[in-house]
Design a protein around this ligand. Structure first.
Ligand code: HEC
Ligand code: HEC
Ligand code: HEC
Ligand code: HEC
Length: 429
């Protein structure tokens, strides 16, 4: 047998024999200057080796645990009747590496905040081996590292905290107590993170954006399905955090000046708070680009759910069934989008398709408009990183104007946002 193959097989067997249930070791085990704690980026290695330093100094995730002691968090705990936010499972699930006692290695410290293993998975089974010569990313994955290069897995991971999951949630009660509302867009939030890795694919952000949108919708639909079962806690139904926040939280004007009355209330009775479709509004054009037929099917199902959720007395059983069915479609589309090719031409088409859809997007509320602004910015930045645009200054000003429109969400104005979208569309290449 060829020696290299034999070696791989042998070490694989060794790993399989010694593999125990994985444990979390804490970021301290990654912090040595010769591992991930360097100060400067190394260029002679495949990874930068300053990941720990970037995280601990610049990344907000490192301060997520400390945030639970800030005055807003303390007041939040008081309102919610929680003893101490930084000891409450209700908070630690997303603000720390919160794992059962049995999965903690000796080095573990939960005050480290959202740390390496919150995203990369428990390290005990690959921590030692992954520093050896010739070790590959694939072998780490086989030993239990989470594959964050896979756009679906990456989006899923971020969204467990940035949208919620079966065992952790930010609902309207928490928001009313002071928690920031959770919204997310994978490419923009990745860019804001500070990035501690190298990317080789120039269109990786486009793939992340596109896949992230589909995974967000899938996860939001799962959340709706879970929220149908909130009866026991005597909570409002539909859960307010599943609805369009600014349908309720906007300032009133006299009737002559009301753009809401002017536009009418398509698909619902006047005055009913609508379901929050912000996680579909931009995805619509992405699906249309990748799989037109699949896009039409998704649209039909989303519209059905919208009608149920915005009806004023949504039937829980019907809502749960419709949310689950639609979630499955979104999940399949996420896989399809993740595997689709992305290049300059496709990036341009997406940019234009979304920019042209301002009338639809703007009417889906402030959160939808915000998704569009983030998506257009991510697409444009990916595009100009490859091919400079002649009217770059104008386009950037157009993007800035979109963000200005969502700066004060309670004052959001759909026709004005649509107008900015048209203006941007005109200067796009
Ligand atoms: C489902 C996950 C999740 C849960 C549960 C959660 N949070 Fe958060 N929290 C987040 C995320 C994500 C952010 C960052 C939001 C953003 O900036 O987009 C955040 C932000 C915050 C902030 C603002 C941080 C800052 O730097 O200003 C505070 C304060 C906070 N959370 C407190 C709490 C408290 C107190 C609890 C428990 C009662 C809690 N959180 C539960 C996910 C969660
Ligand atoms: C909030 C999530 C998150 C946290 C926290 C995080 N990472 Fe990452 N990390 C990522 C993502 C996303 C990537 C890009 C995908 C990839 O290359 O695997 C990445 C990539 C990397 C890479 C490059 C991997 C490669 O094969 O190119 C290294 C090394 C790394 N992270 C180390 C760390 C260390 C060490 C810490 C803690 C100090 C840490 N990360 C904390 C999300 C995170
Ligand atoms: C274990 C939970 C968790 C995971 C997983 C997670 N985050 Fe976070 N993230 C948080 C919390 C909590 C905060 C708020 C920290 C603070 O402000 O104190 C946050 C903050 C952020 C911020 C700063 C937001 C702001 O308002 O400045 C960005 C950007 C971000 N996360 C991106 C990501 C990305 C991208 C991923 C996936 C690769 C990810 N996060 C995965 C919990 C998480
Ligand atoms: C169906 C209507 C409705 C929807 C939808 C709704 N809310 Fe509320 N919200 C309320 C009501 C009612 C209160 C309690 C106001 C009071 O006590 O004065 C409230 C309270 C709040 C508060 C505390 C009040 C304050 O002034 O600080 C915040 C913050 C908040 N909501 C944010 C949101 C966000 C963000 C969303 C979307 C995720 C949302 N709400 C969705 C009706 C709604």
């Amino acid at each position: 047998m060829h020696l290299a193959v034999w070696l791989v097989l042998w070490s694989g067997m060794l790993l399989a024999q010694t593999a125990e249930p994985p444990k979390y070791t804490g970021p301290g085990s990654c912090a040595s200057p010769s591992c991930h704690g360097g100060v400067q980026i190394r260029t002679n290695t495949s990874v930068q080796q300053n990941e720990y330093s970037t995280w601990v100094v610049k990344d907000k995730h490192a301060h997520a645990f400390a945030a639970l002691a800030n005055p807003v968090a303390v007041r939040m705990a008081k309102i919610l009747g929680v003893e101490k936010a930084d000891a409450a499972p209700k908070c630690l699930g997303c603000h720390a590496l919160s794992v059962p006692e049995a999965e903690r290695a000796r080095t573990f410290d939960s005050t480290d905040g959202v740390s390496c293993e919150s995203c990369h998975g428990p390290a005990s089974n690959w921590l030692g081996p992954h520093t050896t010569r010739g070790w590959t990313h694939e072998r780490s994955i086989a030993a239990g590292m989470r594959d964050l290069r896979d756009p679906v897995r990456r989006a899923e991971n971020c969204l467990t905290c940035h949208l919620g999951s079966a065992d952790k949630a930010v609902d309207h009660e928490m928001i009313a107590a002071g928690h920031p509302d959770l919204y997310f867009e994978l490419a923009s939030f990745t860019a804001a993170m500070p990035r501690h890795w190298k990317e080789e694919d120039p269109f990786v952000d486009v793939r992340m954006l596109a896949t992230g949108q589909a995974v967000q919708l899938r996860e939001q639909l799962q959340r709706v399905a879970r929220d149908t079962q909130s009866k026991a806690q005597a909570k409002a139904w539909p859960e307010f955090a599943d609805l369009d926040c600014f349908a309720c939280h906007h300032s009133l004007t006299n009737a002559e000046n009301s753009w809401r009355q002017e536009l009418g209330y398509a698909g619902r009775r006047a005055g009913n708070p609508p379901w929050n479709v912000s996680r579909y509004a931009v995805l619509r054009q992405i699906v249309n680009e990748v799989d037109r037929e699949g896009g039409r099917r998704l649209e039909t199902e989303v519209e059905k759910l919208y009608a149920i959720m915005s009806s004023g007395n949504a039937d829980r059983t019907q809502a749960a069934a419709q949310a689950r069915a639609t979630s499955e479609i979104a999940g399949r589309l996420a896989q399809q989008i993740a595997a689709a090719p992305f290049d300059q031409a496709r990036t341009q088409r997406l940019l234009q398709a979304i920019a042209r859809d301002g009338d639809y997007i703007s009417r889906q509320g402030e959160r939808a408009a915000e998704q569009a602004a983030m998506a257009l910015q991510a697409l444009y930045l990916a595009s100009v990183s490859q091919t400079p645009a002649a009217n770059d200054t104008q386009i950037r000003a157009g993007l800035r104007a979109l963000f200005q429109q969502v700066e004060n969400p309670s004052a959001y104005n759909a026709p004005k946002f649509a107008e900015q979208m048209r203006a941007l569309n005109q200067v796009l290449p």
